[in-house]
Design a protein around this ligand. Structure first.
Ligand code: AMP
Length: 392
């Protein structure tokens, strides 16, 4: 029994054939540069990587090529017992507080929500449309925002003029919800407790933090879009919105330029010249003072969120690190936790240095808060949610 998980971007299709029970990724692949002069396809099955350069005009051609690879290289989808296709969709607005079976109506709702996620939903929709045409199994959409539909109004509503906010559906929707939900559930399983006040730090190229009480999200750092919150690879995170007015009035920048500046040319890249955390560390270790400063800003922002979320929840039981940086960057974790020592949060330095794919504790046993590393797996979470929907 398997689920094909599809994450369709504006010029890419990422896919994984997942066994939702064992959690194994049976085949993994990526189509890139769709619609460009040459597209690139990578398909990995049984440890062997197969790569192709060819012209793929659109997502339909891309997915057709991938389905051919499943036939030629394997695994054959019918023999792999494909039960559903799970699609990652970024924005579910207030319509979706969980996964949904794709019907024409659901498909149209995803399209209607595009103005709230113009970079993502139209691209996600392309994947849904072509996959529905080519794969005759149930299709399920899993939304990045769904886990955050439980946010209380005081956390979700901005102090923006109510009429304007409501007319244009402006509120905090959050993002990375599939990961925050998966990780917070793992923390509950690992500790054997459902009654936890948790902070989940998803630190990848995009980065977000959530506050979770008894399994429900009560706050999160991403807002109307994934731009708000932590310092990210190329995004500013939190910034005074008046900077936009200033750069428009004084700098003469238009909306497109500002969008690009804030989303693509800022964050670690804008501060240190590199968006990859490993490259930032390499620069900082070589004495680059802007790179060191970028790390300081990154850590400062994290500490600020952890403190404020502990206050919002009225306590804190666990902090979970996840995603590329959270799972692999022991130096950064150490700097963050060291800043929290005055609250009795203590890192076990040896445990922090151990590399592993398993969930593990990195705080000392006498730490006031249990600090954990929890490998995230959004594809598996999507596959399991898809199975839940089709077996309802
Ligand atoms: P993700 O978006 O979850 O794939 O995470 C990507 C980020 O994780 C990039 O900034 C990488 O530099 C970072 N990353 C991956 N491995 C390491 C590592 N060993 N140390 C520090 N950062 C890492």
């Amino acid at each position: 029994m398997t689920v094909l998980v599809i994450n369709s971007g504006s010029s890419s299709i990422k896919y994984q054939l997942v066994d939702p029970e064992s959690g194994d990724a049976i085949a993994v692949g990526l189509v890139e540069q769709i619609g460009e002069s040459s597209s690139h396809v990578k398909h990995t099955y049984q440890g062997e990587k197969h790569e192709y350069d060819l012209v793929l005009a659109d997502h339909g051609e891309g997915l057709r090529f991938v389905l051919n690879l499943f036939e030629k290289i394997g695994p054959q989808l019918s023999e792999a017992g494909i039960k559903a296709v799970g699609h990652r969709v970024v924005q579910g607005g207030n319509h979706f507080d969980g996964p949904a079976l794709v019907t024409d109506e659901v498909r149209d709702l995803v399209e209607e929500l595009a103005p709230l996620a113009p970079l993502h939903n139209p691209a996600n929709l392309r994947g849904i449309d072509v996959a529905r045409e080519l794969l005759d199994v149930p299709h399920v959409v899993v939304f990045d925002t769904a886990f955050f539909q439980t946010l209380p109004e005081e956390a979700a509503r901005y102090a923006l003029n109510r009429e304007v906010a409501d007319k244009y559906a402006v509120r905090r929707y959050g993002a990375h919800g599939t990961s925050h939900q998966f990780v917070s559930q793992k923390v509950a399983e690992f500790t054997g407790r459902d009654d936890l006040k948790q902070i989940v730090l998803h630190l990848g190229n995009g980065a977000s933090v959530s506050a979770v009480v008894n399994g429900e999200a009560v706050d999160t750092s991403m807002g109307l879009t994934p731009l708000e919150g932590l310092v990210m690879g190329t995004r500013t995170g939190d910034i005074d919105p008046a900077v936009i007015f200033h750069l428009s009035r004084v700098g003469g920048m238009n909306v497109g330029e500002l969008d690009n500046l804030f989303n693509k040319q800022s964050g670690l890249k804008g501060l240190a010249g590199e968006n990859d955390m490993r490259a930032v560390w390499a620069l900082a270790n070589g004495g680059d003072k802007f790179a060191r400063e970028a790390l300081d800003i990154y850590v400062h922002r994290l500490v600020k969120y952890i403190g404020s979320y502990a206050a919002v929840m009225g306590g804190l039981d666990t902090i979970a690190f996840t995603a590329g940086i959270g799972e692999n960057d022991e130096l950064l974790r150490a700097e963050v936790i060291e800043r929290l020592n005055s609250f009795g949060i203590k890192l076990d330095l040896e445990a922090n240095d151990v590399r592993s794919d398993d969930i593990r504790q990195i705080s000392t046993d006498d730490s006031s808060v249990q600090v954990l590393i929890v490998p995230t797996n959004e594809e598996l979470a999507i596959a399991r949610q898809a199975m839940d929907v089709i077996s309802r």
